[in-house]
Design a protein around this ligand. Structure first.
Ligand SMILES: Cc1ncc(COP(=O)(O)O)c(C=O)c1O
Length: 484
């Protein structure tokens, strides 16, 4: 290797590239080929590989954009084409920005009004369990907040990446999982300790499996935390109160820090299922759990009905942190100011228009439309997938993805292996080449050996979902015939 950067850190080298980026990369090339007039059996790609609602045709909520516009272009503050409550919100937020401008840096942890709004939102969400602004930190995306907390928790040790010879820290991570979190962990030299979700039971978390994973990890690393995604990505599972209690008891007994990734908390699709936060359950369990188990809960503007991925707004709420540690938390968060537009989106997420406000009815209509669309998508996807031979699917209770299992014929598996490819990557690449549909292989998110899955986003406009399903059905039937 030449150039100034001759030695890439072994920690960075140890991060596995995303499998779906192989698919995404090819999708980019195909897009280019289509623009250059190369003839294909399809005219357009359909890309549902990422959980990005707006790229999948979901419209941004008007109120978010109105408040943002007025903050960014204060001449609009007196323009009555914007509703009074949007202008009022913008004025209030700007009054707490340095110099009254969104163009200024904000102090840690963020615009004070935004932090107060988040804390009030959490208290309401959790049925009155108090939340305190001083325990909330904003970040440019929840992933960034997670990375910062991992930075404090994880010791890279003397393994890959060098270090001072101490044992590397381990974090129990679900399989399947949101892979970027594993990348953050690996980048810090931590060890990802896999615990398998039970697919047969709708991707449930099982305490016996947590115990097995922990014991298996002990010779390799020092387990310090457990990472949970609820509702799950890509599993679509929503944990019950009882399941959350079990995990909290486990974390308490094994002295593990709880990392609760709750970015899909608004995305619940099944009747009689509700999202309950780790913070709430912890408080309800009372001492010794409520005052000892350390918890970080993450939320984001990227998901749910805001779907503002590009604005990168996230926060973490910390519970039961030692004040001495909290000082370091502030230090590590102080190196990155959260961009002010992200903070505006967080303000609206935490404090949307209320009944009686001028913007309430439009906000209610828009969010209900998205909810109806996505709930309908979940039903439709389930209907179609269950009619496909060799495909089985657990119910999607929440989150942003369908994650069906493929029972691939052995000839297809053999062919993929000959090509040095994971069988589900082979399936996704063939689907892309033949139909222009871009989805992700399950191997990217982790899966039990010998099982294969695909993942696609369901927080999308209905016609995109229909288009994807049409292409998938035609391809799947032909693929199964070819390799049977
Ligand atoms: C489970 C989970 N956590 C975090 C994120 C990232 O959120 P953000 O955009 O706030 O960084 C995602 C994005 O897909 C996710 O699926």
């Amino acid at each position: 290797m030449c150039g100034v950067l001759r030695e890439i850190s072994p920690r960075v080298r140890s991060i596995k590239p995303l499998q779906s980026s192989v698919v995404a990369l090819r999708a980019g090339q195909i897009e280019e080929e289509l623009t250059q007039g190369v003839k294909k059996s399809f005219r357009q790609l359909i890309n549902l590989i990422w959980g990005d609602p707006q790229s999948a045709g979901i419209k941004p909520l008007t109120f978010v954009r109105q408040v943002l516009s007025a903050c960014l272009y204060p001449q609009l503050l007196d323009n009555d084409r914007l509703p009074a409550d949007a202008r009022q919100r913008a004025k209030a937020l700007l009054s707490e920005c340095q110099g009254g401008s969104l163009g200024s840096y904000t102090d840690l942890p963020g615009i004070p009004q935004v932090v107060r709004e988040i804390s009030d939102f959490i208290t309401r969400r959790d049925g009155g369990v108090p939340s305190y602004p001083e325990n909330i930190l904003l970040a440019p995306g929840s992933q960034w907040a997670l990375q910062n907390i991992l930075n404090l928790l994880v010791h890279g040790g003397g393994g890959a990446g060098g270090g001072d010879g101490a044992v590397r820290s381990g974090v129990l991570t679900p399989v399947p999982t949101h892979v970027t979190s594993i990348m953050s962990l690996m980048g810090l030299g931590g060890v990802s300790v896999p615990y398998y979700l039970s697919e047969e039971q709708g991707w449930k978390v099982e305490v016996e499996e947590l115990n097995r994973a922990l014991e298996a990890a002990k010779p390799m690393c020092n387990p310090v935390a457990i990472y949970i995604i609820n509702p799950g990505n890509p599993s679509g599972h929503v944990q019950s109160r009882k399941s959350i209690q079990d995990v909290i008891r486990f974390a308490s007994e094994k002295r593990l820090f709880l990392l609760a990734d709750e970015v899909y908390q608004d995305c619940i699709y099944k009747e009689n299922i509700e999202f309950v936060s780790y913070k709430r359950v912890l408080a309800e369990m009372g001492p010794p759990f409520s005052n000892t188990v350390e918890l970080a809960s993450f939320h984001s503007t990227s998901k749910g009905f805001l779907g503002e991925c590009g604005l990168r707004g996230g926060y973490v709420e910390l519970v039961n942190m030692d004040p001495a540690v909290m000082k370091h938390v502030f230090t590590i968060f102080s190196k990155d100011n959260t961009p002010t537009p992200s903070q505006i989106a967080l303000s609206v997420m935490a404090n949307p228009p209320q009944p009686g406000d001028p913007s309430y009815s439009l906000y209610a209509v828009e969010t209900q439309q998205i909810r109806t669309t996505v709930t309908g998508n979940v039903r439709r996807v389930h209907e179609v997938l269950s009619s496909l031979p060799g495909v089985s699917s657990q119910p999607v209770e929440g989150g942003a993805f369908a994650f069906p299992r493929l029972n691939l014929p052995s000839k297809a598996i053999r062919t993929a292996k000959e090509l040095k490819m994971e069988p589900d990557t082979f399936y996704c690449l063939r689907l892309l080449e033949n139909t222009g549909a871009c989805i992700a292989p399950g191997s990217e998110y982790g899966q039990k050996d010998g099982t294969y899955h695909i993942r696609f986003c369901i927080t999308a406009k209905r016609d995109k979902i229909e288009d994807l399903l049409t292409r998938l059905v035609a391809f799947h039937t032909q693929f199964m015939d070819e390799f049977s």
